[in-house]
Design a protein around this ligand. Structure first.
Ligand SMILES: Nc1ncnc2c1ncn2[C@@H]1O[C@H](COP(=O)(O)OP(=O)(O)OP(=O)(O)O)[C@@H](O)[C@H]1O
Length: 642
């Protein structure tokens, strides 16, 4: 919750519309709460002459029966706000409870809830309210509130049910369930915080509906017209022909009150959306992650011509249990046409690095520091519109699940056309020839252009996704395990075609996989990640011949080579450290057969250069270190031959 206070205050300060919303609501609250202090008149007392014009004694004049209209406006604010807020709360509580019950219990419970919601949605709202309130007529304000709440909850329940159902399938909820967390924990710690924005928006929407419904009911005389609300003021003004009498202020004052209260709710609704939705408040990521402009531009400038330059990059997942720092101090440059492979065990931060660098990281993921320059653009500072211009034209992304982005009801041809048209409008003939060209590039027969996605195999669909990513011949393609879901033969074919396409078009590729032996064959350079750190970076052949980091050597022995005789492979004993904790020294210390206690577990990790374009983060390569220390091997940790 505290993580929302900062953004809330920032949004309040930076958004004039939020300030206006808060200001208006405060004015109405003061009017309602302090009405007895702001006027000495009883709003219902028939104490004055009728039809008095506005004056110092009666700022809004008097009614047809001699009541002070200013007093009515003040006391009317009180009941109007009461109706809005209480009906808003009841409708929201109902919506949240039903939405959560449907999502968590599923099955027949969900079916019944869904059916009830649908019935309430198709029932025409106003006639229902009129009929219901006709039964409860004259009972004061509470029946009105009850009727409005019970007729106004269904829309919110539908939206909240959908969101709860979508969240219930997200990995973090499934993980919480799998780890045995109780329903209370899942509802209050996992689901509700993620639904906070929508719940608040739902409340303001329901409150607005309640205020308008009460005004509407009162105006047509169905509510309790003996109460003083802005709605009943309008009713009496109309009943006594105020406009014909020239007393337009009798209509204008409550009308304006209702309009401004509605405006306040709507503005607050926007603000809540912005505070609770990290994507909206992260319009400018440099600002969102709390970096000063100076911090956002830190780092050495990349070499001229560099396509992608990542500097001092830090990325984390901000969770209720703390921040999981998945990418730690990573710097990496990619040159035009270069194939850079990134390998490492599962969970070492490869995907997080790719997603964050491509500005595709979803909350709770957040860039915590560093810069990403792509062909001269400071990618992290681009506005969404500027980013749209750059994405696909300057860089594209292909993920393992990219084949699933194909729309099942559109022919592949149209989807390819859309990708080509993303930044221009070539004519039909040009589109057709480009689509054929792209299909030839990724090795798909032209006839597949007229297929629907379900008519193609997984491998073909993934090739279509790659063709779409190639459509605008970007300078860089970021590919995160693009072939992992496919069988080995298809995987091999796609990789060969990719390699040819890259050479022909000069596109740089950052390719992520667990499979180091595959990368060594494909890449110009290979980066090895471990526990969020980039621990070794070297030309592929050099990494293969002389791996410098003990982890790289272990990783090499863990995968069979793609060619050559079959050998017995050994895994890596132990587990990487938890990324939610800060590591002192080398994160591989516990699993390392060459570890040097007193050095590796104590000193801050540094990068050493061990060859041209070959760097490693390992103290074994510290030229200033006592060679006697390096010679020792650690008992109990299986060693790997150099
Ligand atoms: N939404 C999330 N919330 C919290 N932690 C997360 C989230 N997503 C990923 N992580 C953590 O971030 C770390 C890095 O994950 P990431 O998916 O980047 O690793 P990876 O090397 O790509 O793994 P894989 O090869 O299995 O895809 C992991 O420890 C993971 O548990």
């Amino acid at each position: 919750m505290s993580s929302l206070v900062g953004p809330a205050l920032r949004t309040l300060r930076s958004q004039p519309r939020t300030l206006i919303g808060v200001g208006l609501l405060l004015v109405f609250l003061v009017m309602g709460l302090f009405a007895p202090l702001l006027t000495r008149y009883d709003p219902t007392a028939l104490a004055f002459d009728s039809w008095l014009r506005p004056s110092a004694a009666h700022p809004l004049g008097t009614s047809a029966v001699g009541q002070d209209l200013f007093a009515q406006l003040l006391y009317g604010a009180r009941l109007t706000l009461l109706v809005g807020s209480v009906a808003g709360v009841i409708a929201t509580v109902l919506s949240v409870a039903l939405g959560l019950a449907a999502a968590l219990l599923g099955g027949w419970v969900d079916e019944i809830i869904n059916a009830v919601i649908n019935v309430f949605l198709v029932l025409p709202g106003l006639p229902l309210v009129i009929v219901a309130s006709a039964f409860l007529r004259g009972g004061g304000v509470w029946p009105v509130i009850l009727v409005i709440s019970l007729t106004g909850w269904a829309w919110g329940a539908r939206v909240l049910r959908s969101q709860a159902m979508a969240l219930a399938q997200r990995d973090f909820i499934l993980a919480a369930r799998a780890s045995g967390e109780g329903t209370g924990h899942i509802i209050f710690r996992e689901l509700l915080p993620n639904m906070a924005g929508l719940i608040a928006a739902n409340f303001f929407g329901a409150a607005l509906y309640a205020v308008l419904s009460e005004a509407g009911l009162s105006f047509i005389g169905v509510g309790d017209v003996s109460l003083v609300t802005w709605g009943t003021m309008l009713y009496w003004a109309q009943a006594k022909s105020a406009l014909l009498q020239g007393a337009w202020w009798w209509v204008a004052a409550p009308g304006l009150g209702i309009a401004l209260l509605g405006t306040a709710f709507a503005l607050l609704n926007f603000a809540v959306d912005e505070i609770s939705n990290p994507r909206l408040r992260a319009g400018l990521p440099g600002r969102a992650r709390g970096l000063t402009p100076a911090q956002a531009t830190q780092g050495a400038p990349p070499a001229p011509g560099t396509v992608l330059s990542i500097r001092d990059f830090e990325v984390g997942y901000v969770t209720p249990r703390g921040t999981v720092k998945a990418v730690r101090d990573v710097s990496l440059d990619v040159q035009p046409g270069e194939f850079v492979g990134i390998a490492g065990e599962s969970g070492c931060g490869k995907s997080t690095l790719a997603l964050a660098a491509a500005r595709l990281l979803d909350p709770p993921g957040r860039v915590l520091g560093g810069t990403v320059q792509l062909a001269g653009h400071d990618l992290l500072s681009l506005s969404p519109e500027a980013l749209r211009q750059v994405r696909w034209r300057d860089y594209s992304v292909v993920f393992q699940a990219s084949m699933n982005v194909l729309n099942p009801v559109l022919r592949v041809r149209n989807q390819i056309y859309d990708a080509i048209q993303a930044h221009g409008r070539p004519d039909r003939a040009a589109l057709d020839s480009r689509a054929r060209e792209l299909f030839a590039l990724v090795g798909i027969r032209e006839s597949a252009l007229d297929a629907y996605p379900h008519e193609l195999s997984g491998g073909m669909r993934q090739r279509v996704a790659i063709a779409m990513a190639l459509a605008l011949e970007p300078r860089l393609m970021i590919m995160d395990e693009p072939t992992t879901a496919l069988d080995v033969v298809v995987q091999r074919q796609i990789l060969q075609e990719l390699s040819e396409v890259r050479q022909r078009l000069g596109i740089a590729i950052v390719f992520i996989t667990h499979d180091l032996s595959l990368l060594v064959e494909m890449s110009d350079r290979v980066a090895i990640m471990y526990a969020g750190e980039l621990v070794e970076l070297a030309p592929a052949h050099e990494l293969y011949a002389q791996p410098a980091h003990p982890y790289t050597r272990r990783l090499m022995t863990a995968f069979p080579p793609m060619t050559g005789p079959r050998e017995r492979r050994s895994g890596i004993a132990g587990r990487p450290p938890a990324l939610s904790e800060e590591t002192v020294g080398c994160p591989f210390f516990e699993r390392c057969d060459r570890r040097m206690p007193g050095v590796c577990d104590v000193r801050p990790l540094q990068t050493y250069t061990v060859g041209e374009a070959h760097t490693v983060r390992c103290f074994l390569h510290d030229p200033g270190l006592d060679p006697a220390l390096k010679a020792k091997e650690v008992a109990g940790v299986p060693s790997v031959p150099n």
